[in-house]
Design a protein around this ligand. Structure first.
Ligand code: IDP
Ligand code: MG
Length: 156
């Protein structure tokens, strides 16, 4: 099982899209194991987006991400990182495919609704930035025996 960090960005919160976006992850079968409504500080945004420092869009990105509250989620499942990235769609709302979250709910390239970790290393780093020990929960869902095929002993 993988756990990934998802952020519903300020535009998703302000536009009232939190519930619809969370529903997509739940309907897919992924498990929400952490959730926090928060306003990101400039320092946390800079640490989170450190790989983008110096890029032309960096200052706008940090300004946007700190402008209003976000909903931070920890989402778990087999292959959750890649599955979530596919569900999010391409970075730019103008290019993201219909059926994806960015493709269905937005047109902007910078106000693109959602962040998702892009690798297991990024997920571990980002989860530890946004959640303290004990805030990401381990709990059993009975429905998992129907979400996954456990016939081979492990979830498939
Ligand atoms: P990702 O969110 O799909 O992983 P990244 O390339 O990691 O995309 O960029 C991080 C965020 O920075 C994007 O989600 C978007 O909000 C913003 N961003 C990236 N490239 C541009 C750009 O060319 N113009 C404006 N904003 C951008
Ligand atoms: Mg990225």
């Amino acid at each position: 099982m993988e756990t990934t960090l998802i952020i519903l960005k300020p535009d998703a919160v302000q536009r009232g899209l939190m519930g619809r976006i969370i529903s997509r992850f739940e309907e897919k079968g992924l498990q929400i194991v952490g959730a926090k409504l928060m306003q990101i500080s400039k320092e946390l945004a800079a640490t989170h987006y450190k790989d983008h420092q110096g890029k032309p869009f960096y200052n706008g990105l940090v300004g946007f991400m700190t402008s209003a509250p976000v909903l931070v989620l920890a989402i778990r499942g087999v292959g959750a990182i890649a599955i979530s990235r596919n569900m999010m769609g391409a970075t730019f709302g103008s290019k993201a495919a219909p059926g994806s979250i960015r493709g269905d709910f937005g047109v902007s390239n910078s106000f693109n609704l959602i962040h998702g970790s892009d690798s297991p290393e990024a997920a571990a780093r980002e989860l530890s930035l946004f959640f303290k020990a004990g805030e990401v929960l381990d709990f059993e869902r009975r429905i998992d025996t129907w979400v996954y095929d456990f016939g081979g002993g492990k979830p498939e």
